[in-house]
Ligand binder design. Structure first.
Ligand code: PGA
Length: 251
């Protein structure tokens, strides 16, 4: 059985004091058990979040990483630095990084290696554009992204992976994929994992849907066989919504 997973992706939101207030508020609320909860925050918010949630089961994630260990890479943060801080998850290849910052499949693969080597778990994002969906290329594109991201990753490490299927046209648009379409793509990703590794690994990998997920839609999504959770942007910024997502995923 795969543990349901709700990961918030704050993107470039929340100052350190706002992150601290969010944590204080969340600590007063009861999070439903049986769901793993994570918050992927801007780098500068990470120390305060790690500190605030250290006695809890809430996991903290970063939204990006650079693949070199250290050195002359002005402005970058390494996997070693994140691991040393006590970070659990690192998002790799979010579509905003691919589209706005020119991250390639090969960059994503190097980041996935760096994260795993540092003992953390990557949340690998894949997904198609609206044009690719309309022209029926979405399955080929997503399968290619999966294969490229996992190049050289061994089955033992792949077992713990988290993959997020995030159709680009659904991110931040309020236009979510239907739960059936989301499930179909999550199932496709699982079958790609089976081809790359084996049936057991494919059974263990957690596959999330992301793109305009709201408390009102989470239960329907989670009722689908291959959707193991959600990567949530906008609706993860308020503690009421975030806790509602976790409760919905626990149903
Ligand atoms: P959204 O973002 O929930 O605001 O659509 C999801 C994501 O980009 O991870």
């Amino acid at each position: 059985m795969r543990t349901p997973f709700i990961a918030g992706n704050w993107k470039m939101n929340m100052t350190v004091s706002e992150a601290s207030d969010f944590a204080e508020e969340l600590l007063k609320l009861n999070l439903k058990e049986g769901v793993e909860a994570a918050i992927c925050a801007p780098f500068i918010d990470l120390p305060v979040l790690v500190e605030k949630f250290k006695e809890t089961d809430v996991k903290i994630g970063a939204q990006n990483v650079y693949y070199e260990q250290n050195g002359a890479f002005t402005g970058e943060i390494s996997a070693l630095m994140l691991q040393n801080l006590g970070i659990d998850y690192v998002i790799a290849g979010h579509s905003e990084r691919r589209e706005l910052f020119g991250e390639s499949d090969s960059d994503v693969n190097k980041k996935v290696h760096a994260v795993i080597e540092a003992g953390m778990v990557p949340i690998i994002c894949v997904g198609e554009t609206e044009k690719e969906r309309e022209s029926g290329e979405h399955e080929v594109k997503v399968a290619r992204q999966i294969k490229a991201a996992l190049e050289g990753i061994k089955a033992e490490a792949a077992d713990e992976l988290v993959i997020a299927y995030e159709p680009i046209w659904a991110i931040g648009t309020g236009k979510s994929a239907t739960s059936d379409d989301a499930n179909k793509m999550c199932r496709l990703i699982r079958s790609e994992i089976e081809k790359l590794y084996n049936a057991e690994t494919a059974e263990h990998v957690r596959i999330l849907y992301g793109g305009s997920v709201k408390p009102a839609t989470i239960e329907d999504l989670m009722s689908k066989s291959d959707v193991d959770g959600a990567l949530v942007g906008g609706a993860s910024l308020k503690t009421e919504d975030y806790t509602a997502l976790i409760s919905g995923a626990a149903q």
